[in-house]
Design a protein. Sequence first.
Length: 139
Amino acid sequence: MSACINPPDYSVIPEIAIDSLTKTYVKGFSSNPPVMDSITFYISFTDGNGDLGPVNNDTTPNLLFKDSRTGFINGFQFPFITPEGNVKDISGYIAYTFSPFDCIPGNTIDTFYYTISIVDRAGNFSNEVTTPNIICDCN
């Protein structure tokens, strides 16, 4: 008797989902005294051809956090991931810790969210996911 396990069949366009955040309330860096508060974002991903991560030690950001207050994109490096063997479909989780959190000048409390996406080595952008609202105490 023999059996085969069918490999996953993911799209070559990366797909992500937010699994959780460690918290949604932080002290802002402009508080007195300044605080280096942080949030860890847990993000799951799938990719059909396993081409996640930088190209040839490139430092171009491929993990993107867009701030809802300003539209500014904080870019970071998603780690290099390429599966070995014939099946290139991959899935997994990444935990990214982000800090510090700036406040909009003049605000005592900021409420915002991030829109997150990743880019694979072929230049394919994943879907965008939105975090829950984050409250930043600027006092």
